[in-house]
Write a protein that binds this ligand. Sequence first.
Ligand SMILES: [Fe+2]
Ligand SMILES: [Fe+2]
Length: 174
Amino acid sequence: MLEQGAVGENHFLADVQRLRVSAQAMMAGGGEPVRLLQTAMSAEIACVLRYSMIAVSADGLENEWVATECAAQAADEREHMVKLAKRITELGGKPDYFAAGLATRHVAPEASKGCLPRLFAENLAAEQCVIELYRELSTHFASDPKTQALLDNILADEETHTSDLEDLLTTQLI
Ligand SMILES: [Fe+2]
Ligand SMILES: [Fe+2]
């Protein structure tokens, strides 16, 4: 089950961390709402790609729980992406589906067969970073209740993703 040479850079985490740092810098400077929401939307695009990729990887096709779990998670992340795109549009912006700020969209080579424990551990670390991003954004948007409610709603889903991943790591991937 364990792959050879499993240790490497967590590109998924690196992408969401970069987006979080960028959002923090924007918030420190006042924070233009559309650009801030775009950082979250870009993180969601990374999540959609990541979970979709794992769902149809060799391991995903061999293990029904992997395909089911990752497809469901990809669907949630896509819903988050759409909700953020809608709010960006409502605020007069133009959503960027090219995911500005993502350096490593080519995630497929990471899904080599037998690397599930590493992939899921990386997913967990990235989800925890996404949760921090949403907490920070929610605080920042305190004066915009509609956007804050959206962010809190997505945050609750991300917390569920994290606990699901923790469960999988201790049940399926030991
Ligand atoms: Fe999400
Ligand atoms: Fe998530």
